[in-house]
Design a protein around this ligand. Structure first.
Ligand code: SF4
Length: 278
């Protein structure tokens, strides 16, 4: 059994919160560059150029990629042969507190009704999975409000099947229009239960853009949705064009025979995420 001190987790979390908010992930950067070659709308292309300029400036100045530095979302995979000495949840929240403070990152968390800011960007949203092994994998995402607000969950009837899923996902992206700051990454969760589908959709957003689903049938569904979404013509920041999305990622889970849970979690172009293994 390997022991990891909670303090080490706090340090790592503080570091990745800071870095992810300033440096765009490589897969997103590559997707921007690829889109520059295929975007047909001059206005859309100009936006893509500006987004890349924004990435460059953030890197040079150490300023955040976007003013909305997001709510801190974590997917943590804890090895069953790994023991955390101390409180894991507290360690992560301490890291968020420190990282957001050190980077002068905007604190975006508030009471849902009084709207009083918690002042330190906590509590983080933490999903914890137990996995084999003696390591801990921490995946962080700074989730902006604009794109999160455009996400939706629904319960389809089983008879609606793939056609119903496709219709709902494409309509959702169409209705969202420029609001989630396209080009977006669209996470789709299919199956599970009413509460599980959105978690699958959010988990899907962590898969690298150049990595298709390991199941060829699901990969083909991702391609089909990707083409249909880009045919909408919304374009970068809603300025028109064929780059409405940089990628569509689906995660699926078995569900009840009477149900077909479905969730769409939209990620903006400022897809700030980072993962680390301790
Ligand atoms: S949706 Fe994304 S890019 Fe748009 S304001 Fe929010 S964090 Fe920034």
């Amino acid at each position: 059994m390997r022991t990891i001190n909670a303090g080490a987790i706090t340090d790592v979390v503080a570091k990745i919160c800071l870095e992810a908010n300033i440096k765009a992930p490589d897969d997103v950067l590559q997707a921007f560059k690829k889109s520059q070659e295929t975007e047909t709308s001059p206005a859309g292309l100009e936006i893509l150029n500006q987004l890349l300029e924004n990435v460059k400036l953030a890197g040079e100045t150490g300023l955040p990629l976007c003013q909305d530095t997001g709510l801190a979302v974590f997917f943590v995979e804890l090895g069953t042969d790994c023991r955390v000495e101390g409180d894991l949840y507290q360690a992560i929240n301490d890291g968020v507190r420190q990282g957001y403070e050190k980077g002068y990152l905007r604190k975006s968390v508030c009471h849902p009704l009084t709207r009083k800011n918690t002042g330190d960007n906590t509590p983080a949203i933490i999903h914890l999975d137990l996995v084999p092994g003696d390591k801990i994998r921490i995946k962080f995402m700074a989730k902006g409000g604009g794109s999160e607000n455009m996400s939706r969950a629904t319960m389809l009837t089983p008879a609606q099947g793939w056609e119903g899923i496709k219709k709902f996902v494409v309509n959702r992206v169409a209705e969202a229009g420029p609001n989630p700051c396209p080009p977006t990454i669209v996470g789709v969760g299919i199956g599970g239960t009413f509460d599980h589908a959105p978690i699958l959709a959010k988990k899907a957003l962590f898969r690298p853009l150049d990595q298709k689903h390991s199941d060829p049938e699901i990969a083909a569904m991702e391609d089909e949705l990707f083409a249909a979404i880009n045919d909408l013509g919304i374009g970068p920041m809603g300025m028109g064009g064929n780059t409405t999305s940089l990628g569509v990622k689906i995660e699926m889970a078995p569900c009840h025979i009477a149900s077909l849970p479905l969730a769409v979690n939209i990620q903006c172009h400022s897809a700030r995420h980072k993962e680390v293994v301790i």
